[in-house]
Design a protein around this ligand. Structure first.
Ligand code: HEC
Length: 272
């Protein structure tokens, strides 16, 4: 229990006898312990100003101990900030839970993909994949080009010029509206990313575009316990070295970065 300073007790007694209604609170508040400073500040609001200014001009006030003066001067938290302060930790927990698996503490594959997209793709393709210098991805456009995500992995890895000369068709030959061809959008090439991304990062950003921006649906069997994408038969898409592999465990890309297995363009994507 904090000792109530003698002069405060005296002051409250003086006030009570002087018939000042407000100060009736002072004594019990002061004896409540730690909060003494704040409570006194509340109850003694009228007294606070002259005390804080520490003018001995007020005849019946004794000089106040520096720590009491500091407590009286200190700003109280404004009422409107209370809900913010109360819910901030809760928001933090929800935010973190959405981005990272609790177990490892590392960002999830989709969260990694999102940050790569924002940093390296959004400038051309738009923050939500709406298109610009680069092709539109949202509203199912990307999933229509690449019903099988491995085709998109190859395209982003090599870029337009790595896929073939101008006019080389890529993606689903039966694409609604016609198969896409390199340099056919606005004449600009899609840059290659095989120098600036690891294969694990490539999978993360490609999956983010395909699933989150374009609305492709993965089968539950295509997501492992850590939330990483895997083949529908439960085989991993990355080996322990972080390289893309086929369901048979062989490298997904040859030394030139081309696919070593054929994409399945009739794969159900659930979104269209
Ligand atoms: C400098 C601008 C630019 C940047 C940065 C860029 N792209 Fe592109 N992207 C393009 C252009 C232009 C095309 C169209 C290419 C063509 O017509 O050959 C394209 C096409 C694509 C396509 C094919 C879409 C379709 O339906 O045909 C994919 C997939 C793609 N980009 C993914 C990405 C990813 C992933 C990133 C970031 C890692 C990225 N892009 C960064 C300009 C860009």
């Amino acid at each position: 229990m904090t000792e109530v300073p003698e002069h405060l007790l005296k002051r409250s007694k003086d006030r009570r006898s002087a018939g000042d209604g407000g100060s009736a609170e002072t004594a019990p508040a002061a004896s409540a312990g730690e909060d003494t400073g704040t409570q006194v500040a509340k109850a003694g609001a009228t007294a606070a100003a002259p005390i804080a200014a520490s003018t001995p001009a007020v005849a019946d006030e004794k000089p106040v101990a520096p720590y009491v003066a500091a407590a009286l001067r200190r700003k109280k938290i404004p009422l409107w900030a209370m809900p913010v302060i109360v819910f901030l930790p809760l928001w933090g927990v929800i935010y973190m839970a959405g981005l990272s698996p609790a177990a490892s503490g590392e960002p999830s594959q989709l969260a990694t993909g999102q940050s790569i997209y924002t940093a390296q793709c959004a400038g051309c393709h738009g923050a939500a994949g709406g298109g610009g210098v680069g092709r539109q991805m949202n509203e199912g456009n990307l999933v229509a080009t690449f019903p099988d995500i491995i085709g998109q992995l190859e395209f982003v890895w090599l870029g337009s010029n790595g896929i073939g000369p101008t006019g080389t068709p890529y993606g689903d030959p039966a694409r609604e509206g016609g198969q896409h061809k390199t340099l056919s959008y606005n004449g600009n090439p899609m840059p290659a990313f095989n120098k600036s991304l690891t294969q694990a990062q490539l999978l993360a950003v490609v999956r983010y575009e395909w699933e989150v921006l374009s609305g492709g649906k993965l089968e539950p069997a295509q997501v492992d316990a850590e939330g990483n994408m895997q083949y529908a038969d439960g085989k991993p898409m990355l080996n322990d070295a972080g390289e893309l592999i086929t369901p048979e465990g062989k490298p997904l890309f040859d030394s030139a970065g081309k696919l070593t297995i054929q994409p399945n363009w009739t794969m159900p994507t659930g979104s269209m």
